[in-house]
Design a binder for this molecule. Structure first.
Ligand SMILES: C[S@@+](CC[C@H](N)C(=O)[O-])C[C@H]1O[C@@H](n2cnc3c(N)ncnc32)[C@H](O)[C@@H]1O
Length: 246
């Protein structure tokens, strides 16, 4: 199965494809110290919602890059509906390979996809190169609320052992020369909505598309991920969006 189809189906009802509520997203965006005409880069831009809201709120322009054709198509449609096509470009491609002019953006962000550069530290180093001196870097990253149990590590061996705390996420960025301006965290309600929408989407998709040969695989995988969330992730995983100044 095409992995981007899986993510496209399971996120079909999300506007924001991470566990931040829309209200918190708006609060965060309002607090960005951007001047009019700022240039914004969003790597792994998903449906482009955050970038479009930043452009709207701060009279900015932007580029969003995402590897998934499903998300890029959705982002372009959203830009068109809001008449923001002249202010934003959505590019389909690998964020790690996208050729960005160094020091050319006022804000560079990546929400929920630091794996593009092998992890959070790699993302910090990559995004630092793209922003002007005293630019902004915004990162959305999970953190651990407590030590992952062995069952969680067995279920997510590539992910669970790598988790650090909220304070450690901040410290890592500070060690890389960034200054923390603000951060916002998600609570159980936010997480339940994010994960619940994924399960609901997969269940409804399987009901509505019984002849799709991928429907069973999508459903099995999503049910498994939701089960891991209920048993382990819900009590172990946090999520924050960090606003840094270089
Ligand atoms: C959890 S979603 C977050 C999307 C968006 N940033 C948001 O918060 O709504 C992760 C996104 O990363 C994209 N992605 C994954 N690997 C990528 C890569 N190498 N280059 C660009 N985008 C990538 C996926 O297609 C998906 O849209």
């Amino acid at each position: 199965m095409d992995i981007w189809k899986f993510y496209g189906v399971t996120h079909r009802d999300h506007i924001v494809m991470n566990p931040t509520s829309e209200a918190k997203t708006d609060q965060f965006i309002a607090l960005l110290p951007l001047k009019p005409n700022a240039r914004v880069l969003d790597v792994a831009s998903g449906k482009g919602e955050q970038l479009l809201r930043i452009i709207d709120k701060h009279d900015a322009t932007g580029v969003g890059i995402d590897i998934s054709p499903y998300e890029v198509k959705a982002a372009r449609q959203r830009a068109s509906v809001r008449n923001l096509e002249s202010k934003v470009e959505f590019v389909e491609g690998d964020g790690a390979k996208y050729n960005v002019e160094p020091n050319s953006f006022d804000l560079a962000m990546c929400l929920g996809a630091t794996g593009v550069w092998g992890g959070y530290r790699g993302a910090i180093e990559a995004l630092k190169k793209t922003v002007k001196p005293t630019g902004l870097i915004v990162l959305g990253e999970p953190y651990k609320l407590k030590e992952p149990e062995s069952g969680y590590i067995e279920a997510e061996p590539e992910f669970a052992p790598t988790l650090v705390t909220h304070a450690e996420n901040v410290q890592i960025a500070q060690n890389a020369g960034l200054k923390l301006l603000y951060s916002i965290v998600s609570d159980h309600h936010d997480w339940d909505r994010y994960e619940g929408l994924r399960l609901r989407a997969a269940e409804l998709y399987a009901e509505e598309n019984p002849t799709d040969p991928d429907a069973h695989e999508i459903l099995d995988r999503q049910r498994g991920e939701h089960d891991t969330y209920l048993k382990h992730g819900r009590d172990t995983l946090g999520w924050a969006i960090y606003m840094f100044r270089t």
